[in-house]
Design a protein around this ligand. Structure first.
Ligand code: ABU
Length: 861
């Protein structure tokens, strides 16, 4: 048991000796060690293994710092470090190991992963430990209240956000989608991006997050038809995300991804058993994507504090790397690790000088030494120098300010597209850089919706308008006819003024056919609008109003005039015989006037309370078959609408419906009434039948085919024209023919316009005669039946008599010679026999007493 313990203890010591690697420097006698605790992410799954590239850079920096004679004279910087594997739990464990095992650590270099840093940097104040991170990008770390002793050479990821916004603006993207790993580093980054997008009026359409498996999040993006996708995740999940994107077809000419730029250059080629896609598939999914990362190298290639340029730095670093730079995670951030060590050295240098003023030594620092921590903090805050990663200085939150580099991938290779300058808030695109997009041009943020107005078929429109124009011409001819022949009795007796009103109404209705075919000018695409009849946009509401007003007033004038006549005919026909049956014009006009007033009142209320406007009805989008572009057509149908239009239409339909049905009733009631002063009243009645039937059919059918603009227009136009033509025909053709007949010489004034039509009395008389005739026919038939029966009897009697006579003669010739007084039975005997037979026959037949001879009855019949 004891030996086991010993063995364990030895193992721990051995392990500590192995993992706590002191950087071996050429020691100089009498140099005091200033020991740093270091945390680097090297192994581990997921997260960022940036320690692989950053640790060699930090090691190189220690080497260079320690060889500087004017920096930290009498001291040697030493690093004791361990691997956090980018795991917060593991990070805390190794922090304890580092802090609670000698030697005393003066400062913490790292951690490199934001997830580990947020845990450790928050706790570091408990040991009065200043933390200098080279690889933590989390914006959450900029919270000074939470991370009181934290500095970093790595810029905050939020620095990329203004660059994103400028990119969105540059490409005209206003609808953005986000997919993020559920880690604080990305959550806080996205929150800042959302804030900036809101200011720039850019919509975040969907925001998907995932913990380990991104498949559902990617599917959700696909469902939302995402086009511009910002992806914030570590490198390992990135491979999973793009594998899912490949499987879900979320790439190509319609999609652009914007992701983090600090992954290793060939990150998608890394063999990963948890990813079910080949490198080639990932390359296909990644083609054309953009990356952003804070600039982590000195672009000017100036000589830096170490005496090296950035190129010199990388040249010196490459031999220290285990693999190729492209495959080395953290290679991009290595200048930050190098500069972090230099920043610590410079801050230590200042601190030593400052502490000396207070009689203190930096190497005497303990975890309870707040004073030294304060001096060290101030020194770090004021540190500034030209580093291989650019100018190093810290904001009050301990952040770096840096440019953002934007890259694009083409055929699996990244090329720099430009840089975002945070001071000027502009992107400086690299001169001569050619963007590479899968579809030849950058994708849109959504499918381009081209609105296509469904216009009336030109042939249909012109056919209907021509027919309507012809109808107006006919109405004008009828009007002229009515006026020129107004002195003729035939026209006078038809109350021509009412007919004129009707013709004016018909003309108005026909004008509506043209108004119904007018279309507005407010759609985006004008390609197929060449031959449209435009009504200027601002006049369209007036057009809507005009259609309703003109059609309603036209209808009331035409149908109302007919109604007034028929109503008068009915009124006169129901008057008592002694009352005057004179047609008063004012009565006709007042009916039409009252109906018109009702219309005007209703229309004025409608227009005043809920005026009409044009509102296009949108049909479901249709895919554009004529283009390769990301385009869909959205068919539009112009329609006049108003608030509460169903209520208004309901009121009007109800009122007009009653009006029509009442007219129909009056027309039926007066179908055979003749009024001398309204000689065309029965033609008017026929016209009313037609109008009512057509209106009753048209109104519901129009509502049903409301969205089929051509069919609706044709149906409404034809119904209007049919009513108009029929009314004019029924009322005016007989008049024209009559006048024509009279002109040809037939001046028979006694012949009236409607003489051909029977009056009600005549019809009743005719019906009576028909009934009488039927009765007589029935009687004749009965008599004929009787005659038939009697004829049969006569025939039977005659045969009987002949037989009897024959028998008699035969008997006479055998027994005795014939005697003159017994040759034939007396006539009376036969008649008596017939009479006897008759008494036995049907009682319905005439008896022998009524007609004793029988034969007489037959002859009479
Ligand atoms: N450039 C590496 C950032 C890693 C991190 O913030 O966790």
């Amino acid at each position: 048991m004891m030996s086991d313990r010993m063995h364990q203890y030895q193992s721990v010591l051995l392990l500590l000796a192995c993992v706590t690697i002191s950087t071996r420097l050429p020691t100089t006698e009498g140099l005091k060690d200033l020991v740093l605790a270091g945390i680097f992410p090297i192994k581990g799954e997921g997260g960022w293994a940036g320690g692989v590239g950053c640790y060699p850079a930090a090691e190189m920096a220690l080497e260079h710092v320690n060889t500087q004679s004017d920096l930290l004279p009498g001291y040697r910087l030493v690093l004791h470090w361990n691997d956090s594997e980018c795991e917060p739990g593991k990070g805390i464990t190794i922090l304890y190991d580092l802090l609670y095992n000698p030697p005393q650590k003066i400062m913490l270099l790292g951690p490199g992963c934001s997830t580990v840093t947020t845990t450790i940097a928050e706790a570091a104040k408990m040991w009065n430990l200043i933390v200098m991170s080279y690889g933590s990008s989390s914006p959450a770390l900029s919270d000074r209240k939470r991370f009181t002793t934290f500095f970093r050479t790595h810029p905050s990821a939020n620095l990329n956000n203004p660059a994103y916004v400028q990119l969105f603006k540059h490409y005209g993207w206003t609808k953005i989608n986000i997919i993020q790993e559920a880690e604080e580093v990305f959550v806080s980054n996205v929150e800042d991006l959302e804030r900036l997008c809101k200011i720039a009026n850019i919509d975040i359409v969907t925001r998907q997050s995932f913990l380990k498996d991104p498949s559902e999040a990617v599917r959700n993006l696909n469902r939302s038809d995402a086009r511009i996708i910002v992806g914030l995740f570590y490198e390992t999940p990135a491979r999973k995300v793009f594998c899912e994107a490949y499987k879900n077809n979320l790439y190509g000419k319609r999609v652009v991804w914007l992701i983090i730029g600090w992954y290793a250059d060939n990150w998608f080629e890394v063999l990963d058993p948890s990813v079910n896609c080949t490198a080639d598939e990932l390359r296909v999914a990644l083609e054309g994507h953009l990356t952003t990362e804070s600039l982590q190298r000195n672009l000017n290639n100036v000589t830096t504090i170490s005496g090296m340029s950035t190129d010199d730095f990388f040249a010196a670093l490459h031999p220290k790397l285990k693999g190729s730079p492209q495959q080395t995670p953290g290679y991009v951030e290595s200048p930050l690790a190098y500069d972090a060590v230099w920043a610590i050295a410079i801050a230590f240098n200042r601190t030593i000088i400052e502490l000396a003023k207070h009689g203190k030594l930096l190497e005497d620092f303990t975890y309870s030494d707040e004073f030294t921590k304060g001096v060290l903090y101030d020194s770090m805050q004021n540190t500034t120098f030209e580093g291989v990663s650019g100018r190093v200085s810290f904001t009050s939150e301990g952040d770096r300010i840096a440019e953002t580099q934007i890259e694009q991938m083409h055929n699996g290779v990244y090329s720099i597209l430009g840089f975002y300058d945070p001071y000027k808030d502009v992107i400086n695109f690299r001169a001569g850089f050619k963007e590479h997009w899968v579809g030849g041009k950058h994708p849109r943020d959504e499918t381009q919706m081209i609105q296509q107005l469904r216009t009336l078929d030109r042939f249909l429109f012109w056919s209907m308008v021509s027919l309507a124009a012809f109808g107006i011409l006919l109405a004008i001819c009828c009007l002229i006819f009515n006026i020129t022949h107004r002195m003729r009795r035939l026209i006078q007796m038809s109350h021509p003024n009412t007919n004129n009103l009707m013709l004016i109404g018909i003309m108005l209705c026909l004008v509506t056919v043209f108004l119904l075919g007018l279309e507005s000018d407010n759609v985006q695409n004008k390609e197929n609008d060449r031959d449209r009849f435009f009504s200027p946009d601002n006049l369209y509401p007036w057009l809507c109003q005009a259609r309703v007003w003109i059609l309603m007033i036209g209808f009331t004038l035409s149908y109302g005039s007919m109604f007034a006549k028929i109503w008068n005919v009915h009124r006169l026909s129901t008057l008592a015989k002694k009352e005057s049956k004179k047609v008063e014009s004012w009565q006709l006009y007042s009916v039409v006037g009252a109906l018109l007033a009702m219309d005007v009142l209703l229309l004025a209320l409608w227009t005043g309370i809920n005026p009409m406007r044009m509102e296009p009805h949108k049909f479901p989008p249709e895919e554009a078959k004529d283009t390769e572009d990301d385009v869909e057509y959205e068919p539009l149908l112009e329609q006049c609408v108003s608030t509460n239009d169903t209520i208004w239409m309901g009121v009007i339909f109800a009122y007009k419906g009653l009006f029509l049905i009442f007219g129909l009733f009056l027309a039926y009631e007066t179908r055979s009434v003749k009024i001398k002063e309204l000689n065309d009243s029965r033609f008017v009645g026929m016209s009313i039948y037609n109008v009512v039937v057509l209106c009753i059919i048209t109104a519901p059918v129009t509502l049903i085919i409301n969205k089929q603009h051509n069919a609706k227009f044709a149906f409404v136009a034809l119904s209007i024209m049919f009513c108009c033509f029929l009314s004019m025909g029924v009322i005016f053709v007989p008049k024209v023919l009559e006048i024509y007949r009279r002109k040809k010489g037939d001046h028979n004034d006694s012949k009236k316009l409607d003489d051909s039509l029977p009056s009600r009395e005549e019809e009743e008389k005719h019906q009576k005669l028909l009934a009488e005739n039927e009765e007589l026919k029935k009687q004749i038939q009965e008599k004929e039946e009787k005659v038939k029966i009697l004829n049969e009897r006569v025939r039977q009697r005659a045969a009987e008599r002949a037989r009897l006579t024959k028998e008699q003669e035969a008997a006479n010739s055998k027994e005795e010679p014939p005697q003159p007084n017994r040759i034939s039975p007396p006539r009376q005997t036969i008649a008596a026999e017939v009479a006897r037979d008759d008494r036995h026959s049907d009682s319905a037949l005439p008896s022998s007493t009524d007609d004793p001879s029988g034969l007489n009855s037959i002859h009479e019949l």
